[in-house]
Ligand binder design. Structure first.
Ligand code: GDP
Length: 211
């Protein structure tokens, strides 16, 4: 079932000002240029909900989108810009850190990786960090239409082997392409039951309205 409604909700440079955590949310993050904006547009079937990157590394904002009036899709700033200063990197780390530690409604983080390149330390370190905090995440391979089936399988095997060096179990991996819309239904079908579960569970009750 495709997304029916997708709207921009709010942008924040301060995690404390993010919307009240009153519905489930899913965050999308990855290195700059990984294809995050394209993936968000593809998932929501909107041509330009998220901006396709022009000048990378500019304003670092946490963007909340509201989907089907039911859940938040969160576009986190890209990491790993080559040209940013140490201060900028530290600001970024504080922003992401603040976000990750303040969202009890964050049900899963989608870590995007470019399927055409070798596993990158910065991505693996980021996942490691999520693991250390006990935050649930999955991996999204982007731009996969660029690889043939054989190359894609080899890439997957290689990535899994690399993950198994540090993880006991390989996290779930989604194969996507913003060009062919591959993976859209897989991701939406992954999100839906989590939303239902959240609504049935204490998740809703955990949040006290009127804060
Ligand atoms: P972001 O910086 O992570 O938000 O990445 P963008 O969505 O702006 O995409 C970066 C570049 O990769 C752009 O030139 C996109 O057109 C291209 N791109 C994104 N997704 C795909 C994809 O699935 N396939 C191909 N071939 N190119 C893609």
């Amino acid at each position: 079932m495709p997304v029916k409604q997708a709207e921009f909700f709010v942008s924040n440079s301060d995690p404390a000002k993010c919307p009240r955590p009153d519905r489930p949310e899913y965050a999308f993050i990855g290195r700059s240029n990984v294809g995050k904006s394209s993936l968000i547009n593809m998932l929501t079937s909107r041509a330009s909900l998220a901006k396709i990157s022009g000048k990378p590394g500019k304003t670092q904002l946490i963007n909340h989108f509201i989907i089907d009036n039911q859940w938040y899709l969160v576009d986190l700033p890209g990491y790993g810009y080559a040209q940013v200063s140490k201060t900028e990197r530290e600001k970024f780390a504080a922003l992401i850190d603040g976000y990750l530690t303040s969202r009890p409604n964050l049900l899963c983080i989608f870590v995007l990786v470019d399927s055409r390149i070798e596993p990158q330390k910065i991505d693996l370190d980021f996942m490691e960090n999520l693991g250390d905090r006990g935050l649930p995440f999955v991996i999204v391979f982007t731009k996969t239409e660029k690889l043939g089936a054989v190359k894609l399988q080899a890439t997957l095997n290689n990535y899994r082997a690399r993950l198994l060096e540090t993880w006991e179990e390989v996290p779930q991996i989604f194969i996507t392409s913003a060009v062919t819309a591959a993976g859209r239904e897989d991701i939406l079908s992954f999100i839906r039951p989590l939303n239902e579960e959240y609504e049935k569970s204490a998740g809703v009750k955990r949040f006290k309205p009127g804060k």
